[in-house]
Design a protein around this ligand. Structure first.
Ligand code: ZN
Length: 163
């Protein structure tokens, strides 16, 4: 909580963590070309059994590499974990020699939120029950399922959906 490691300068990464519609997100700070590598998923490698254990206790940053290994990406150094899910993403995750990476699938402009598709399994497990809040789902004709566990949100702030 107290960590104020502001060693931002010197690292020329084309992204930063910022506020998104759903909390925090990963945003481009420079133009990223289509196909360009963006970031990799940092964390310790854990076995399938450990991954299942972590997930059973609510961990959401377990990235499965294959049916033996996963990466526990819960470390704060793992900035890729801030990239949110989108059903119309501008990046994709890929596996390159045992490493999970994020790559642009569109030209990304500075200020754009960097998103990728978390995959069907994660979607079914974590996103669908509360409704997808990605830009596509929030603005599309299909209303996402109503959030059930937002007890704190009931005071009538008008839907800000109108573009
Ligand atoms: Zn969506």
């Amino acid at each position: 909580m107290a960590g104020s490691s502001s060693r931002k300068s010197g690292v020329d990464t084309p992204y930063r963590v910022g506020r998104s519609r759903t909390g925090l997100g990963l945003f481009a700070t420079a133009a990223i070309a289509r196909g360009a590598f963006i970031i990799d998923y940092k964390g310790r490698r854990i076995s399938h059994a450990q991954a299942q254990q972590l997930e059973a206790s609510g961990a959401r940053y377990v990235f499965e590499i294959n049916n033996r290994w996963s990466i526990d990406g819960s470390s704060r150094r793992n900035l890729m974990r801030y990239a949110n899910h989108s059903c119309r993403p501008n990046a994709e995750s890929d596996l390159i020699s045992g490493k999970v990476i994020l790559r642009a699938i569109k030209a990304i402009k500075p200020g754009d939120e960097i998103t990728y598709d978390y995959g069907e399994e994660y979607f079914e497990l974590f996103i669908k029950p509360v409704g997808c809040k990605c830009a596509k789902c929030a603005s599309g004709p299909l209303k996402p399922a109503r959030t059930r566990r937002s007890s704190a949100k009931r005071s009538g702030i008008a839907r800000s959906g109108r573009p």
